[in-house]
Design a protein around this ligand. Sequence first.
Ligand SMILES: *Cc1c(COP(=O)(O)O)cnc(C)c1O
Length: 394
Amino acid sequence: MNLEELDKQFVLQTYARDYTNFVRGENATLFSEDGRDFIDFASGIGVSSVGHGNRRLSDAVCEQVRNIIHISNLQVIEPQAKLAQKICELSGYDGAIFFANSGAEANEGAIKVARKYGEVNFDKKRYKVITLEHSFHGRTISTLKATGQKSFHTPSFSPYPDGFLYVKSIEDIYSSIDDETVAVLIELVQGEGGVEPFSIGEVQNLAKFLRENGILLIVDEVQTGVFRTGEMLASNIYQIEPDIITLAKGLGGGVPIGAILTKHRDILKAGEHGSTFGGNYLSTRAGLEVLSILNGLYESGELKETISYFEERLKGIRERFSNLFSQDVGVGLMRGLRAEEADIPSKVVKSSMDSGLIVLKAGRNTVRFLPPLTISKSEIDKGFERFEKAISSI
Ligand SMILES: *Cc1c(COP(=O)(O)O)cnc(C)c1O
């Protein structure tokens, strides 16, 4: 059996997969078994934040693996405590952290914190969480229900848990709050929904209103967090301090990890939440190294330079190909090109792949770019050369 046959026979076919077999990676470049190279403008959907084969990350992880990979959370775990401290330090967030294994799991935990908060802080328990229609919060049963996109609520997986309410825009949140509302859960830049940043003023007003009314603001930074937007948290750009923030994707550089940051440190008591793997030596040691690498790029100004360079190239493409793209959107290294027609992004993803470039689709009509934050100028140049070639034939 060749690899494709093996996959099709033994792996559940829940993805519409491409069958290029990558065998090696070097920063934002991937090499396939048949000797071709690909520029990676996707970083495994915003995960490989420090690129592939990163020497510092692999050294740190290897050293940890040779030592201890895992004990249980019944013992204190040094890199876990240090990573929690580092996340708070770099973001300026005044709170404490629970470690999970993924974005969905972090959001599940955030919902648990909110529900318990709704029980202990109000005479009549509050439990409803308001989310936005184009949001994405994960694939577990409750985070699917929290996801506002109707297409995710397929009856196949019903019944779903109660207590989620969707609104079209931030403006519509205010009138949807009632005496059972405990929290509002939003992304600051919607990722899967189509690379859609919200206005800073609108978000700040919402944060202020919720605080004044004792309703929690949960910000899903699973995609926007860990320097993806140019700052440690998108919340730093928006200058807000949400009650709860969730992280995952870029935090471990590819080692699975999720995190719940909250100011409400006393809501969950011992035994009320837990995880077998969450926060183990391996993932938190990886997280520490990733943060050290990325904060270095941030402090030296290199990250900012990479972002402007990428943005400039992207704007150039949008101008020259206004027949295909109406708008360039996004912040930091979370970028998109809004297509004129809904069938364009899938064609672009496919023809980019044929030209040696990995890009993503988001929402209904957006081509999405999430390159490693360590991408070099020459990789950006090469990637956009290939992109131009790919879209010229569309
Ligand atoms: C990817 C993503 C998730 C889900 O993360 P998983 O690790 O796949 O569970 C949740 N929220 C946002 C905003 C995401 O981008």
